[in-house]
Each structure stands twice: as C-alpha cells, then as structure tokens.
Design a binder for this molecule. Structure first.
Ligand SMILES: Nc1nc2c(c(=O)[nH]1)N(C=O)[C@@H](CNc1ccc(C(=O)N[C@@H](CCC(=O)O)C(=O)O)cc1)CN2
Ligand SMILES: Nc1ncnc2c1ncn2[C@@H]1O[C@H](COP(=O)(O)OP(=O)(O)OP(=O)(O)O)[C@@H](O)[C@H]1O
Length: 195
C-alpha cells in the first residue's frame, strides 16, 4: 500500500474504532478491574520495573486499578507528558492521588516538579489492534517514536491495553510503527510471537 493509502486507511479505522470503543466501554464497566487481574496474572512486569500508564480519557480502558495494584507491589509509576508534534513522549513520576497539571489536549499530567522517569514496562492506549501486535493510536505517532527510542537504549515491554472488541483482522501499518509485545484485554492476554 502507498503511504497515503495507509494514512487514509488508518483514518477510516480510527473513526469506526471510536464508535466501537464507546459501545465496549458502556458494556464492560468492570473492564478496568478485569484488566488489572489479567495483567498481574498473565503479563506481570519484571521486579523493580518502572511502569508507565496513562490517564484514561473519553472511552479508554481504565488502567487505574492496574496502576494501583502495581504501586501496591512496590513499582514506581509514571504518566506520559505529550510534547510538540514529532517528538517522543516524556514520562514523569506519578502516584495515585497526586495533584495534577493540565497538558496537551487537556489531558491531566504530573506536575513539573515530578521527576522524569524512563519506563521499562508501558501500558499503551490504543483504538484498534491485531494479533500481530500492530496498534492504531490517535495519529500523533507518539508511542511509535517513544518505543523506538526506548528500545534503542534498553529492553522494554510494551503492553497494548484495550477492550477485546477493538481487535480487527489487520491494522494498516507502516515501517515506523512499533509493534507491541503483549496485548491484554478484559478477556485475554496475547503474547505477540516473534518478540
Ligand atoms: N489517555 C491518553 N493519554 C495519552 C495518549 C493517549 O492515547 N491516551 N497519547 C497517545 O499517543 C499521548 C497523547 N496523544 C495525542 C495524540 C494526538 C493529539 C492531537 O493531535 N490532537 C489534536 C486533535 C485531534 C483530534 O481531535 O482528533 C490537536 O490537539 O490538535 C494529542 C495527543 C499521550 N497521552
Ligand atoms: N519514528 C518515527 N519517525 C518519523 N515519523 C514517524 C515515526 N513514528 C511515527 N511517525 C509518523 O507519525 C505519523 C502518525 O503515526 P501513526 O498514525 O502510526 O500514529 P498512532 O500510532 O496512531 O498515534 P499515537 O502513537 O500517538 O497514539 C505517521 O505519519 C508516521 O509515519
């Protein structure tokens, strides 16, 4: 597929995925709890790993129960701070209950005085995924750039988290897309082969 065709296909899938996610969010109010239990049982972070989550927006799957669980296990947590377009995300330390600032897109982010951390295990938000570990996000390319940078430095685990209903046969993808190592939904944990 040509680059422009891939972009068009992604844009189209983004629109339908948002609708599908709305329904999934409404139909699975316990998804965040189920996700926390599944992550801990089937795809647990290595001991001592710094874990990045995200502040759930719109109909995103609620990772807060999982983050509270990992904090209880002694992991350090961080949340992404969105930079200018074209740059990788940065991450700042965060703990449940911390006072927040407002970032890009009005997403709550840790305050400026929170130290910058580099995650080892990332819970990655997404709009659609396939079994090969391809992921569709909001189109900023932020997680692709971030994972490329982190993977060039060390070994990291990228866990896409999503409602099971967001699986599609194939997510259109290009060279710069960074595949996930795991996809964990409220129903299953999928280890991506070849990673
Ligand atoms: N909860 C959560 N936090 C997250 C992400 C996410 O997907 N979910 N991100 C995942 O990457 C990063 C933020 N991603 C963003 C991606 C695109 C735009 C953006 O281009 N916004 C446009 C409006 C586009 C629209 O309305 O559709 C703009 O601000 O002009 C902003 C943030 C970091 N934090
Ligand atoms: N490492 C990179 N270097 C240069 N361009 C990149 C890189 N990663 C992604 N891009 C470009 O960024 C744009 C957006 O990428 P894409 O549509 O894959 O975003 P996304 O994964 O849906 O968004 P996000 O990760 O922010 O949730 C694309 O034009 C893509 O080619």
């Amino acid at each position: 597929m040509r680059r422009q065709d891939i972009h068009d296909a992604k844009a189209e899938l983004r629109a339908t995925a948002k609708l599908r996610r709305r329904v999934a969010h409404r139909d699975a109010p316990q998804a965040g709890q189920l996700l926390a239990a599944r992550l801990a049982a089937e795809a647990p972070p290595p001991a001592g790993a710094v874990i990045s989550g995200y502040w759930p927006m719109a109909d995103e799957l609620d990772v807060m129960p999982a983050l509270r669980h990992f904090a209880g296990d002694g992991h350090r947590l961080c949340l992404p701070v969105t930079p200018k377009r074209g740059l990788p995300l940065t991450f700042r330390a965060w703990a449940p209950g911390d006072a927040m600032a407002r970032g890009v897109w009005d997403i709550p982010v840790p305050r400026e005085d929170a130290p910058v951390l580099e995650p080892d295990y990332l819970l990655v938000p997404l709009l659609a995924f396939d079994k090969a570990g391809n992921r569709l996000g909001y189109g900023g390319g932020f997680y692709d750039r971030t994972l490329a940078l982190l993977r060039s430095r060390k070994s990291v685990v990228a866990v896409g988290v999503a409602f099971a209903a967001l699986e599609v046969p194939v997510v259109p993808h290009e060279d710069t897309d960074e595949a996930l190592d795991w996809i964990v939904t409220e129903r299953a944990a999928i280890r991506i082969s070849g990673c």
